[in-house]
Design a protein around this ligand. Structure first.
Ligand SMILES: C[N+](C)(C)CCCC[C@H](N)C(=O)O
Length: 307
């Protein structure tokens, strides 16, 4: 037998792997880029939710820019960028495997035999529940750094910010608040993400199925739109607990501020009215559309290319 066909086949396989590798690389890049572009919106959201000094989105943007320059909007960004691939693989991995266990269909077969919405919901909730334990410490550090309003170039004599960077922040929390301190707000995060990740995946599936003929793969444009709206819909429901979560994460700095999730809800509502539960929703929706559009597109294409 001549070795030629073999060589050809190997070349072909290597080429395909390379192409896949490039695709995967491009999509992770797109995901990271989405996160970078979305981060300034996230910073404004977190500040509106946890500080009472701003009158609204514009006021917060103007003050942040004047006081801290453009860099102020990018505080706390490095850990989310470094962890997003891990957090999303846990979320999407647990989701997809739970669906596999519930419906005995792999990702490829799911277009021909679509799972029921209740199965999608349950798989989403389980995925959401599990990813919280990867997300919680990174999210806490992000929120603490985003809330430091000291400008980078400080006038001489002014006090330095409490945390010098993400690693210093993690070490300080560990030393000052103990190992459990790194999971501050994790319970509120669990309550926020478990049901709303179910809503996230149900909205995505529903929108994809609405716009695609039975058994066919949705086009990239439809995946983008369905992913974007899934982000907005799930954030709309998640916002009240998002506010509480952010407040509890910050509360570690002033001891004894809240006794728990319920106490934080009641005292926030008493002091600031029910509107407090929707703080940051507008700006977060503007961020959620592009970020989640890209997230779902990469998920669909990575899984399709892996087969
Ligand atoms: C379920 N919940 C609404 C909390 C989040 C859904 C989207 C998560 C995404 N990583 C993002 O940052 O937008």
């Amino acid at each position: 037998m001549s070795p030629r066909p073999h060589a050809c086949l190997t070349q072909h396989l290597v080429w395909r792997r390379l192409q896949r590798g490039q695709l995967e690389f491009l999509w992770s890049l797109a995901g990271a880029l989405g996160l970078v572009l979305g981060h300034p919106f996230d910073t404004v959201k977190v500040r509106l939710q946890t500080q009472t000094t701003y009158r609204g989105i514009i006021d917060c943007m103007v003050k942040t820019y004047r006081h801290e320059s453009l860099l102020g909007f990018f505080k706390g960004m490095s850990f989310p960028i470094a962890s997003i691939a891990m957090v999303n693989s846990v979320l999407f991995g647990v989701y997809s495997n739970t669906l596999l266990a519930l419906t005995a269909t792999s990702h490829r077969e799911r277009r021909a035999q679509p799972p029921s919405y209740i199965h999608v919901f349950i798989a989403g909730c389980i995925g959401g529940f599990v990813q919280v334990y990867c997300l919680a410490p990174f999210d806490l550090i992000k929120v603490r750094l985003q809330n430091q309003t000291e400008p980078r170039a400080r006038p001489p004599g002014s006090p330095p910010p409490r945390y010098r960077g993400p690693v210093h922040c993690a070490v300080s929390i560990f030393q000052e608040e103990g190992p459990r301190g790194l999971f501050r707000g994790a319970w509120a995060l669990t309550l926020r993400d478990t049901p709303t990740m179910g809503i996230y995946f149900v909205t995505y599936e529903w929108l994809c199925r609405q716009s695609t003929r039975d058994g066919q793969d949705p086009s990239p444009a439809r995946v983008l739109v369905a992913g974007g709206f899934a982000g907005i819909a799930s954030w709309a429901v998640a916002t009240p607990l998002d506010v509480i979560k952010s407040r509890l994460q910050m509360a570690g700095l002033k001891r004894g501020a809240y006794r728990g999730v319920l106490d934080c809800m009641v005292s926030s509502a008493r002091q600031e009215g029910l509107g407090v539960f929707f703080r940051g929703l507008t700006i977060n929706s503007a961020r959620a559309f592009p970020v989640n559009a890209v997230t779902f597109l990469s998920y669909e294409y990575l899984l399709r290319s892996w087969g």
